[in-house]
Design a binder for this molecule. Structure first.
Ligand code: TXA
Ligand code: MG
Length: 324
């Protein structure tokens, strides 16, 4: 049985946090809101608890998890940080930025999927931060969706995907950014962007200088999660670049999501006012539109700057690259 506790995001109830801590301490799973998406958390020092996360999500065992911490000092208990990594943490944490660093031996292999590195982030959501500061251990947490599905941006999506696979859900309302954190590999001389996300690449490059984009197989293998079809609704998705004519004959067979209203007729559409709103609402829109009696979801292909880079990444993975 899954217990759902509502928590006030600005003033999270101490009893709910203590309950979450107690579930995690005894090896159970707790879903909690972050500023990006909901996470499915386990005690990051307990290998068996972490294994239960893979089982609940149906996640391939070679895809490592992110450790969530309540401070940069706690991050350094799990990873080796050099001066550059420390300055990134100091400048940009808490926030939607995950750093891949060399792992300390205390990190269980279930967290790292056997790699010598570990992904770490300190989230800024008040509920996540209060929970992490309450716990005397780091919390290993992937997004709280069933593997391959759109990430959950509210508690109902967590419940729908995980059913009884989670002991406790802290319901802090919808998340702020709607897309996952930016993941960068800081283990080599040049930082590598492993996953575009809620933290803009432009801001990272202003601070760190050029950040390399993974090209080809060898780099892709470094972030195992990017190999799979991901973030996908049940229905096929097709992307529409607005400079091309809208495929008019779709009609009642298609639903649409984007920022510009399509000229052609569709069964239903969800229109967002700007890229930030599109990012915040995309996954929830997929979960809404896939329930309609249509054959296809058409999504607007956005510009590449700012959050657009992450939006494009999620849309490509959700559609299998089917550009219109
Ligand atoms: O915003 C987020 O990052 C959310 C919230 C809950 O914090 N979490 C999340 O976790 O999106 P997940 O497991 O769905 O995605 C983590 C990504 C995967 O692509 C994984 O392969 C990569 O980070 N990753 C984790 N540890 C890694 C490591 N040591 N080396 C390379 N990639 C790593
Ligand atoms: Mg995920």
């Amino acid at each position: 049985m899954t217990v759902v506790l509502k928590v006030d995001r600005w003033n999270p109830d101490r009893r709910a946090l203590a309950e979450a801590r107690s579930v995690l301490s005894s090896g159970g799973l707790v879903a909690f809101p972050t500023e990006t998406v909901y996470g499915l958390g386990a005690n990051g020092l307990m290998g068996d608890a972490v294994s239960a996360v893979y089982k609940a999500k149906g996640r391939p065992s070679d895809n490592p998890l992110i450790l969530h911490v309540g401070s940069p000092e706690d991050a350094e208990k799990a990873a080796f940080a050099d001066a550059r990594a420390r300055s990134v943490m100091k400048s940009f944490w808490p926030g939607p930025l995950t750093l891949v660093l060399p792992a300390r031996p205390a990190v269980p292999k279930e967290v790292t999927a056997g790699l010598s590195t570990v992904g770490i982030r300190m989230p800024s959501h008040p509920v996540a931060l209060a929970l992490l500061q309450e716990c005397p251990f780091p919390v290993a947490a992937p997004s709280a969706n069933a593997s391959g599905r759109p990430s959950p941006t509210d508690a109902a999506a967590v419940e729908a995907d995980l059913k009884d696979g989670v002991n406790l859900i802290l319901d802090g309302g919808p998340t702020d950014l709607g897309l996952e954190s930016t993941v960068i590999d800081m283990t080599g001389p040049v930082p590598i962007l492993l996953r575009p996300g809620g933290f803009p690449l432009e801001a990272l490059e202003d601070f760190l200088g050029p950040v390399a984009l993974p090209e080809g197989e060898s780099e892709l293998k470094r972030s195992p999660g990017t190999r799979y079809r991901h973030y996908a609704p049940i229905l096929p998705m097709r992307l529409w670049p607005p400079e091309d004519p809208f495929p008019l004959k779709l009609g009642e067979k298609a639903a649409y999501v984007g920022m510009i209203s399509p000229k052609g007729k569709v069964r239903d559409s969800i229109i967002f006012k700007d890229p930030a709103a599109y990012a915040r609402g995309l996954f929830a829109a997929m979960r809404t539109l896939e329930k309609l009696p249509v054959d296809l979801i058409v999504a607007q292909w956005p510009r590449e700057d700012g959050i657009g880079l992450a939006l494009r990444d999620r849309l490509i993975r959700a559609s299998g690259g089917d550009i219109h």
